[in-house]
Design a protein around this ligand. Structure first.
Ligand SMILES: [Zn+2]
Length: 209
């Protein structure tokens, strides 16, 4: 017997018997019309992050894409899944907001600081290049202010860098120019539930609360 699959099936059964009945009207409503999410949420694939839970949103509200290190390759670099999601969300679904959410204890950020750890993971090492500019900034900041923890500096700088990359995508640049879209950067602290947000144009992450 596949224990993990059975565990997942148990979860589905609990969803069907306990969760779904309570929210049946909401799911029926969501299924009766095309999705109209207001937000594209780009976050890390880390299994400890639940985008709907931390934003208090339900089905149909948030279009989500996740990858290692919540990265957005600059347009023209690595055209693929992330670029297609952004184009579809912004130009197709017309989301009003894009949030890029990094988090505490991020394995991707740790791997950037310890490149030898990805020696046997060539695809991961290649993907992490999308954050090399953030690594450079974090190292420079760390030289000047060694008391600041380099991991948290890098995590913030990565989110800020990916916000810049996001704006190189034509659909995003167009929507921003029309005033139809806003962008923010988030840091989610897994251990405390705290969220800090940098609104577009600011480099400062302000606690929500
Ligand atoms: Zn992560």
């Amino acid at each position: 017997m596949d224990e993990v699959l059975e565990q997942l099936k148990d979860g589905v059964r609990r969803f069907q018997t306990e969760v779904y009945p309570e929210r049946a009207a909401m799911y029926a409503q969501a299924a009766s019309e095309p999705q109209r999410p207001h937000t594209l949420f780009i976050t890390c694939a880390d299994s400890r992050i639940d985008p709907n839970e931390i934003t208090g949103t339900g089905p149909g509200e948030v279009f989500v894409t996740r990858n290692i290190g919540n990265m957005v390759p600059a347009y023209g670099e690595m055209l693929g899944g992330v670029s297609a999601v952004i184009e579809f969300a912004v130009a197709g679904l017309k989301v009003k907001h894009v949030a890029i959410c990094g988090h505490s204890d991020c394995g991707a950020m740790k791997a950037l600081l310890a490149p030898e750890s990805t020696k046997s993971l060539p695809s991961v090492a290649n993907w992490l290049k999308n954050a090399h500019a953030a690594l450079k900034v974090a190292e420079t900041v760390h030289e000047k202010t060694p008391e600041r923890e380099i991991l948290s500096t890098l995590t913030e700088e990565n989110v800020l860098l990916q916000m810049q990359h996001l704006k190189t995508h034509p659909s995003v640049a167009g929507a921003l120019a029309q005033g139809e879209l806003t962008v923010s950067g988030w840091i989610y602290e897994i251990g405390t539930g705290h969220v800090r947000i940098a609104q577009d144009g600011s480099r400062v992450f302000v606690p929500v609360g």
